[in-house]
Design a protein around this ligand. Sequence first.
Ligand code: ZN
Length: 138
Amino acid sequence: MQAERNSNHKMKLHRRSTTRPWVNSLCSKVGFTLLELVLAITIVGILSAVAYAKYINLSHSAKTATCKANQMTLESAQRMFYAKRCAAGLPGAYAEDKADLEEFLLPRYIPECTEDGGEIILLPNGAVSCSLPSHARH
Ligand SMILES: [Zn+2]
């Protein structure tokens, strides 16, 4: 009896799907509902916002670290400038212009701050700092 009812049910389903295919496609369980799509898009949006914020933070950290490394490079050049003056018998003094340090840098270039609006500053005591407070070492 049960087997016969199942068979009749299958025949009805089969008949329905062949005579009215649009009903079959509307009742189909294949695919995503609107709610599922909205949830998936929301999750992807949240993940991309978190990833973008992380990228910006890492980018800022890398620029700060590069500026500090550039300051240390110029500070080493300041010490070489001082030592060269002493070796030449001149009174010890640090360079006041970054261009005077170029001969001690290899390759010969003056490293600059990596952030817009920042500038590396030579201090009178031979130390080097940046105009941006977050990059300052001294
Ligand atoms: Zn800087």
